[in-house]
Design a protein around this ligand. Sequence first.
Ligand SMILES: Cc1cc2nc3c(=O)[nH]c(=O)nc-3n(C[C@H](O)[C@H](O)[C@H](O)COP(=O)(O)O)c2cc1C
Length: 199
Amino acid sequence: MTLAWLDPAAVPETLFAAWLEAAVAAEINDPNAMSLATVGEDGIPNIRIVLLKGFDQDGFSFFTNYESRKGQELLNQPRAGLCFHWKSLRRQVRATGTVERVSAAASDAYFATRPRRSQIGAWASIQSSPLADRAEFEKRLAEFNARYPDTVPRPPHWGGFVLRPKTIEFWQELEFRLHDRVLFKRDADGSWYGERLYP
Ligand SMILES: Cc1cc2nc3c(=O)[nH]c(=O)nc-3n(C[C@H](O)[C@H](O)[C@H](O)COP(=O)(O)O)c2cc1C
């Protein structure tokens, strides 16, 4: 891999798109996996992995159950952090920002691309709620499978969120832990300001 110093004058969206493309080519699986940190009512962060399903001028989008722990936390406190770690490339990208639901049309469009069993799973899984045993889940899967023999509609409790970034930080591993880091912050007018940070 050729390595150039990170450029604080770069456009972070363009740089992110290039790094994601490199990760898609290099990683053995899930190059779009990212840690998502939300804030609980008690102020304690919660973190888990979700898959990035879109990146454009609006921001980073992902899909989940709006009634899950993360869904509830995002609806109560619409701010979050993201972190990608691309092990093969020895790179990290972090972002923070505000979060909102994507449009119902965008959620419908993505839901329609999912395999039928995943669609049925979205109905049957009361994500983040206690499950007495696996048989209970299998029973719900069978019930929803029978309820929707043809097209499976999107459950109202399932859809996307988009994180609109206020900061994006790029990190590239270098020898002897002398890494290269650039943090981009978005100004009120929407323009980005990048600065190099000590590693
Ligand atoms: C590689 C990977 C990808 C995942 N992708 C998603 C996802 O896109 N959406 C989702 O809701 N959960 C996804 N999960 C499961 C979450 O990490 C988590 O267990 C689940 O969403 C419940 O989190 P919560 O209780 O904090 O809401 C993924 C887990 C892994 C390990």
